[in-house]
Design a protein around this ligand. Structure first.
Ligand code: SF4
Ligand code: SF4
Length: 98
């Protein structure tokens, strides 16, 4: 399942990756795969911000705001009927993603 484009907070630092493969094993959506001796992101929009990759990367190569990012909020919104992630609810309506 792909979520909305360019919403995930997932960040990957290629230079910190040691090629341990943990992220490819724990990600439920196959967001990471190995390319040679380093991981690479296959499709950022597959990420549901569960945080498993960040928790299991012992080298700090992955950062994701698990459970609080727009992707998670939008998924919750699909269930509850509120399509907004709430990031634009403040005074500055231009800073949010939706
Ligand atoms: S868990 Fe971290 S160090 Fe291991 S392959 Fe993935 S990004 Fe690289
Ligand atoms: S946060 Fe979860 S879904 Fe996203 S890349 Fe990491 S393990 Fe995969």
């Amino acid at each position: 399942m792909r979520y909305l484009s360019n919403v995930s907070t997932l960040e990957y630092d290629h230079s910190k990756c040691t090629g341990c493969r943990m992220c490819t094993q724990v990600c439920p959506h196959g967001v990471f795969e190995m390319e040679g001796k380093k991981a690479r992101i296959t499709d950022r929009d597959l990420c549901m911000e569960c945080g498993a990759c960040m928790k299991n990367c012992a080298f700090g190569a992955i950062i994701v705001q698990s459970g609080v990012g727009c992707a998670a909020a939008l998924i919750k919104g699909m269930v509850t009927g509120d399509a907004s992630c709430g990031c634009s609810d403040g005074d500055d309506k231009t800073s949010g993603c939706c």
